[in-house]
Design a protein around this ligand. Structure first.
Ligand code: SF4
Length: 266
């Protein structure tokens, strides 16, 4: 069986504990306006024409995004850095796109990771079949679970989908006592309004003894150049990147809750 991935990042430090290898699965059921991996949204392997000019001459080459990999080939890549995982308390993170969208392939890879004793983190949107999530949760050591909006209509407006299944699946994992870090990508003027933050606080308060940690991720626009490169529309070009300190007020705001909060990933 083969899966489709579009990148492998080595020595990743923000996708779970320790030094990690992050595998990016191709395809996502959401279409977030701010997505910084737009090349990962389509489930297809894509080809883009890239042009360069040298001494006034135009050169065109085709850039392929995505590849099919077997379980064995992916494991060979993952195991190259096994010594770093052991020394740092790290492991492997499956991200995307949405890794749960290829859950059969993911299950096979996770089974191999567990045979090798690797720590496994799943970075997920939570929009997936609950039975499949149940299977994956038997292998996963940690979930990084994105929560973009508590309000389902706003969630729909900015990601193209409602969030009822995402919330159901989060509660499923919490009730199963899976380790879950909720991550909130903060998008200025979009989900950091007074109403959105109040909704989030209430949402977290109702789960504060079950969620392991709450992370606020500052907005950055490093993905903007990709939209130009891959000829996709980007509507947030007027937004500037945030500095971590810009989100200090959220730490203050959530201080009254019994939950560990932080700015940025692990
Ligand atoms: S969920 Fe993540 S990968 Fe999917 S569109 Fe949104 S930001 Fe991009």
């Amino acid at each position: 069986m083969e899966g489709k991935i579009f990148d492998i990042k080595r020595f990743a430090l923000n996708d779970g504990p320790g030094i990690r290898t992050t595998v990016f699965f191709k395809g996502c059921p959401l279409k977030c306006t701010w997505c910084h991996n737009p090349e990962g949204i389509s489930f297809d392997i894509e080809e883009f024409e890239q042009e360069r000019f040298l001494d006034g001459e135009r050169f065109v080459h085709i850039q392929k995004i995505g590849q099919s990999v077997s379980v064995q080939k992916l494991m060979d890549e993952i195991l190259k850095d096994v010594n770093f995982y052991i020394q740092s308390g790290g492991g492997v993170t499956f991200s995307g796109g949405e890794p749960m969208a290829q859950s059969e392939f993911l299950t096979l890879v996770l089974a191999e990771c567990k045979k090798k004793g690797l720590h496994v983190t799943i970075d997920t949107t939570g929009l997936c079949n609950t039975d499949k999530l149940d299977v994956i949760s038997n292998y996963a050591d940690l979930f990084l679970y994105d929560m973009k909006f508590v309000n389902s209509d706003l969630h729909y407006n900015y990601t193209g989908v409602k969030n009822s299944l995402i919330i159901e699946n989060l509660d499923f994992l919490l009730n199963k006592k899976s380790a879950v870090i909720v991550r909130v990508p903060i998008i200025p003027g979009i989900n950091d309004t007074v109403e959105c933050i109040a909704d989030l606080k209430e949402f977290v308060k109702n789960r504060q003894n079950q969620i392991k940690e709450l992370h606020f991720l500052p907005f950055h626009n490093i993905g903007q150049s990709k939209y130009e490169r891959f000829k996709k529309d980007y509507s947030l070009s007027a937004l500037s990147s945030q500095q971590p300190d810009d989100l200090n007020y959220l730490i203050e705001e959530f201080k009254s809750l019994e939950i560990k909060t932080q700015i940025g990933g692990l």
